[in-house]
Design a protein around this ligand. Sequence first.
Ligand code: ZN
Length: 335
Amino acid sequence: MVKTWEQLEELQPTVLRMLKMSLIKNRVAHAYLFEGPRGTGKKDAGLLFTKALFCPSLIDGYKPCETCHNCRRINHGNHPDVHIVQPDGLSIKVEQIRSLQAEFSKKGLESLKKVYLIVDADKMSISASNSLLKFLEEPSAQTTAFLLTEQPQRILPTIQSRCQALAFQPLAPKMMVKQLVENGVAPEKAQLLANLTNNLEEAISLNTNEWFAQAQKIVVKLYEVLNKSPLEAFVLLQTDWFSHFKEKDQVNLGLDLLLLIFKDLLYIQLDKRAQIVFKEVSSRLEQFALQTSGRRLSIQMSAILEAKRKLSANMNPQLLMEQLVLKLQEGSSFV
Ligand SMILES: [Zn+2]
């Protein structure tokens, strides 16, 4: 899906303002370094700006028209003077940069302008980086480069110093929800996902992930048995939890989900039901919210955060969960 200037501006207002100014003041850099997490619109912004460079009928002096021959060909990925380089396997190889240079030593096919985008520029091999550096050291007036990366620290400082760097921000939860819904995620699921990650692609892949669907069920089940008896909670850890949440990342996600249940209970108590993320089980949560206090919920939430800290300090996940279950039951009628 091609994003318009307005759509991208909503996601990355600062970056788009900078790009707009450079177009209006006619001060386009030879090379840009777009840095930021996955799914934040780096490639979309690079292509949008490329269209602005080639479009003969800009709107307000900076927005590509999206309908001319140049705009359409860039949208379809077949403009002869726009080149995209991405990793061939695990890395971008020196041959890829060399063939780009060979291409650029010719005149532009239709004008003097040429643009190249390097996706995952941090994956360039050392020789590819050195080759690109030479290329950047002899800029042609009509050439514009976009280097896109999630890991700018891995790009040669000598390359960085020749680029104008623009930082793409992670999406705010509200914007994430909107983006997820636009990408076909059900609205009741979008809010949960937006609370777990600010990476759009990761959220979209979690949405259809069978492990994740099961993980949510186990977390809800754990919360429910916690309210019944300590013994049942320990049994559930053995029967369901440990076999499902094996890797550290998985345990961490499980703890995040558990934390969100407690947050939901708090939202119910505060009468902020629009904020609830476990919408599918909200009627059951309503019942539980009646049986607890805000003070107790915040103690429990601190216990989960403490468990997350211990996990990142490499505490044994089994021990950690058993301690957590005991902590979460403190103050209940059973202990
Ligand atoms: Zn156009």
